[in-house]
Design a protein around this ligand. Structure first.
Ligand code: NAD
Length: 498
């Protein structure tokens, strides 16, 4: 059986190899590999190793660090097919989607290539006689990333390219459900010229995570995963004096106004609701048609589209989406559909029981569509994270605006309309962190920053982009007086401009 271990100090490491978890092939349902889960002492050793590497790396000039990122970018492009195949095989998303994920990660690497420019500080000349002030951003030390199963390449690449380019050394604890791609990324960083210890990957479960959250040498934690764990990560790591950004779950709404192009809106809902089997934190899981006429017209367009969804193997080149990640997750998603039916929502398309011929034990599920979902229902309040779209009918714009604004989650939201006034009013007033106007999945490009609000994110700074640079650096401000010959005598009061 294939085993996945750790990547530490520039090489593969088996650690103590005491605990393992199964990694599945979601197409067949079979165990494809087992992943080594590090214990407390093993994680601590990795952190200490990263700490030793910090001295040299943080003193490497930023343009040289950028060269490593340029070389890493070239390797990513060169190895895209191999990485996509590995990713799809463990996650279950189809190859084209896996390549899309890698491309979004690569864009952050390209952003990190500009690190000398991004780290430029500010300078104020002659703030007092002979006195200048300048500011600079310095790396924090060892920083850690803890990432979810649904983007095993992109989410780690939201974090480590920026962190490492800033001069930190990085310990990545990826999801134990699809751990192979992160190991390959770390190998490629070495190939790109990163010194050993700059990027480490340690596989593990709660024990490994909790060690990172409490270890005194870890200066910052970047987490992406479900809300309950994000809350735990935020409270534990901040209590241990660390800087923390912890992104959680989501329930993203798409408002469809009566003036919207309904075919365009329906197509957008298909990709955003069912792409990657709905296992995306920015998936649209709630469609909100405004007005009864819009609801009927949208429903009429959605039903045939959902029925026509092509579910296939992750290796397929013509499937819309593949299997879910594990049997456990499939059961959970199916369970939510059962709950929705019991709660009185109208299940207009039921994809619970599709079977793939020859792959009867795979974790497949077809698209499901609910209509007449209401805010009291659990299927509205909780994140399902599967190919299930709920329609919540709103009688007017104000009701539609209130739904995402009053929801516990606040990751993404979209509005489809042809009316600029409505779009502007919506974007200004909606209580959600990332907003799309006629764009269903408004994941910001790499030179902006990603982050939701409310129960979708804890901490103050967003992922990647300029916020990522701020998160992974600390500001130092220097006040200097030249020439030293200027004397004003002892001053016992707080200095003011003279
Ligand atoms: P998860 O919370 O189960 O796992 C995330 C990470 O936390 C993994 O590395 C896992 O090993 C670790 N972990 C799990 N249980 C833990 C525990 N009890 N204590 C400490 N660590 C623990 O999430 P997942 O199922 O892998 O990913 C899906 C979730 O991630 C969804 O809720 C999705 O919305 C969310 N997500 C959010 C964003 C975002 O940016 N907001 C992006 C992607 C995914």
């Amino acid at each position: 059986m294939r085993e996945v271990h750790h990547f530490v100090a520039g090489a593969g490491s088996k650690g103590l190899g005491r605990k393992f978890a199964d990694v599945f092939n979601p197409n067949t349902g079979e165990v494809a590999a087992r992943v080594n889960l590090a214990g407390k002492a093993e994680v601590a050793a990795v952190v200490e190793d990263a700490h030793r590497a910090f001295q040299g790396w943080s003193n490497t000039p930023a343009p040289r660090r950028a060269q490593v990122m340029f070389a890493f970018r070239d390797l990513l492009r060169k190895n895209m097919d191999e990485l996509a195949a590995l990713l799809a095989a463990e996650h279950g998303k189809v190859l084209l989607d896996a390549k899309g994920e890698l491309t979004r990660g690569l864009e952050v690497v390209e952003f990190a290539c500009g690190i000398p420019q991004l780290l430029k500080g500010e300078y104020s000349e002659d703030v007092a006689s002979g006195m200048d002030v300048f500011s600079l951003r310095q790396p924090l030390g060892v920083v850690a990333g803890i990432t979810p199963f649904n983007f095993p390449a992109m989410v780690p690449m939201w974090m480590f390219p920026v962190a490492v380019a800033c001069g930190n050394t990085f310990v990545l604890k990826p999801s134990e459900k699809d751990p192979s791609v992160p190991i390959r990324l770390a190998q490629m960083m070495i190939e790109a010229g990163a010194p050993p210890g700059v990027l480490n990957v340690v596989n593990g479960d709660k024990e490994a995570v909790d060690t990172l959250l409490t270890h005194p040498l870890v200066r910052a934690i970047s987490f992406v995963g479900s809300t309950d764990i994000a809350r735990h990560v935020y409270s534990t790591a901040t209590a241990h004096g660390k800087r923390v950004q912890a992104m959680g779950g989501a329930k993203n709404h798409m408002i469809v106004m009566p003036d919207a192009d309904l075919d365009q809106a329906a197509d957008a809902l298909m990709g955003a609701g069912y792409g990657s089997a709905g296992e995306r934190c920015m998936a649209i899981s709630v469609a909100v048609p405004v007005g009864a006429k819009t609801a009927e017209a949208l429903r009429a367009r959605l039903i045939p589209r959902v029925q026509a969804l092509r579910v296939g193997l992750s290796t397929s080149t013509d499937a819309d989406f593949g299997p879910l990640v594990t049997r456990q997750h499939l059961d959970k998603v199916r369970g939510y559909v059962d709950i929705g039916v019991a709660e009185g929502a109208e299940l207009v398309v039921d994809g619970r029981d599709i079977k793939m011929q020859g792959y009867e034990n795979g974790f497949f599920m077809g698209g499901c569509l609910f209509d007449r979902v209401t805010p009291e229902m659990r299927i509205y309040q909780e994140e399902i994270f599967g190919p299930v779209l709920s329609m919540v009918r709103a009688e007017d714009f104000e009701t539609a605006l209130r739904l995402p604004s009053e929801h516990a989650f606040g990751n993404g939201v979209a509005i489809f309309t042809r009316d600029g006034d409505t779009a502007r009013d919506f974007t200004r007033r909606v209580d959600v962190g990332m907003v799309g106007v006629n764009v269903p999945i408004p994941v910001p490009v790499a030179f902006h920053s990603f982050g939701g609000w409310k129960a979708s994110a804890f901490g103050d700074m967003n992922q990647y982009g300029p916020e990522g640079v701020r998160f992974f650096t600390k500001l130092k401000t220097v006040t200097a007086r030249w020439p030293t010959g200027i004397r004003s005598g002892a001053d016992f009061f707080i200095p003011t401009l003279k």
